[in-house]
Design a protein around this ligand. Structure first.
Ligand code: RNT
Ligand code: ZN
Length: 413
């Protein structure tokens, strides 16, 4: 018997159907964020990254243009099992025309559609409400000046049309996620008015009826940004209520809550009230630091909740981190493979059996099974998954990244 066969039998003995777990994992599309490839730089030459977010480090070899970013993504995808999606930001338009953010059109993203089509990938989208002169004061959709709000509302509307275009062209649902940096460094005198303005702006931004088969919208909350520590207009409560009233989705970024808050615990509650839920999976360290996602307990808990709720088709999983201190392709590969491994571990868990133990009050038995599961041979199943997907097994991918670094990345100076 191969290691895979032995492992499959062991899982079978506790009631886990490994073949069905593998089939489910095969269908999961994770949205890989383009912005890890160039430290959230984008193609506009806009200058500094603003909006209270930061990519730290200056590891050599970052992508400087669309061709390089696409080539780097190809390298990453060649080391990641399965077919996925790419998460784009509006500042990654590929055009000679230099449109401002409120002039963006689907045609400015045609090259991305061609790229995705050719590789059978999906596309998701994000309007970019930062790194722009009109966002310099830390306010966009909630800005006190109507003309600034109008500019950003127009940007949001353009982005929704672009997202619908992605969905239609690729014949699948594309997510349009709205995150704005709006906040204040100092303690506000008025917490209400900016939120009232944001509410009004969002209503306008989302007002156009687009084809629900191709576009779905979400709103992403946050606790604070760097330089905007005292007040965040788009707080969790703001968006939770906005989503409940309007039907747009909430997007939970697990770096956007208080450090001891368990973001996985939010998933079942959200799914009881909304049809779908979007996630930005990241790794906050002491703050919303967006470190590369590791296979740690936080990630495993998130994956467990998705699988336990039988919600793999209701949770839109995207990654969101930007570490400029390591090889950026390795960062993608580590994060994507870890997200998949966490889902696999969850799929290899006898959830119904454990839930019954909980409901029957058999708590030490539940504890025992959970602990024993930690040393079941998940790695043998994962290796098999990599094999059947024709991607490198275990750390064999590292050599490929190193070679690419030597031959390609190190020449970018
Ligand atoms: C910022 C949010 C947001 C961004 C990306 C680049 O705190 O997490 O999702 O990271 O849009
Ligand atoms: Zn995010």
């Amino acid at each position: 018997m191969t290691r895979f066969e032995t492992a499959r039998e062991m899982y079978g003995n506790i009631g886990v159907d490994v073949d069905s777990a593998l089939a489910k994992l095969q269908n999961v599309k994770i949205s890989m964020h383009c912005w890890q490839g160039d430290d959230v730089g984008g193609f506009e030459n806009a200058g500094d990254l603003t909006g209270g977010i930061a990519a730290t480090g200056n590891y050599p070899g970052k992508a400087r243009c669309a061709e390089e970013l696409m080539a780097d993504m190809d390298k990453a995808f060649s080391l990641i099992p399965g077919k996925h999606k790419i998460n784009l930001h509006a500042c990654y338009a590929i055009t000679e025309e230099k449109p401002d953010r409120n002039e963006l059109e689907p045609k400015h993203f045609q090259a991305w559609v061609d790229y995705a089509k050719k590789r059978k990938l999906g596309l998701d989208f994000n309007p970019t409400f930062f790194s722009h002169p009109k966002a310099a004061e830390g306010m966009t959709l909630s800005h006190p000046k109507a003309e600034i709000r109008k500019f950003w509302i127009e940007h949001g509307k353009c982005c929704r049309r672009i997202t619908e275009f992605f969905g239609r062209e690729l014949n699948q649902l594309s997510l349009n996620n709205v995150w704005i940096p709006d906040g204040l460094k100092e303690i506000p005198a008025d917490r209400l008015a900016p939120r009232a303005r944001l509410k009004e702006s969002l209503d306008e931004l989302f007002s156009e009826n687009l084809d629900r088969n191709f576009i779905i919208d979400s709103v992403e909350s946050k606790v604070f940004g760097i330089g905007l520590e005292a007040y965040t207009v788009g707080s969790h409560e703001f968006y939770l209520n906005y989503a409940a009233k309007t039907g747009v989705l909430c997007l939970l970024d697990n770096g956007h809550y208080h450090p001891t808050e368990n973001v996985a615990d939010k998933i079942p509650s959200m799914l009881l009230y909304a049809d779908k839920l979007a996630l930005h999976v990241t790794r906050p360290m002491r703050w919303d630091s967006d470190h590369v996602v590791l296979l740690n307990d936080d990630l495993r808990d998130i994956a467990n909740e998705i699988v336990r709720c039988d919600a793999l088709d209701r949770v839109l999983i995207g990654l969101d981190f930007f570490d400029a201190s390591v090889n950026r392709i390795a960062a993608w590969v580590i994060g994507m493979r870890n997200m998949q491994r966490a889902l696999l571990a969850a799929l290899l868990t006898p959830h119904r059996k454990l839930a019954k133990l909980q409901n029957d009050g058999k708590f030490y038995e539940m504890m025992a099974l959970n602990e024993e599961l930690k040393t079941y041979p998940m790695g043998d199943i994962w290796d098999h998954f990599c094999e059947i997907n024709k991607v490198p097994v275990r750390d064999a991918w590292l050599g490929k990244v190193k070679r690419y670094e030597r031959d390609v990345l190190s020449k970018r100076v």
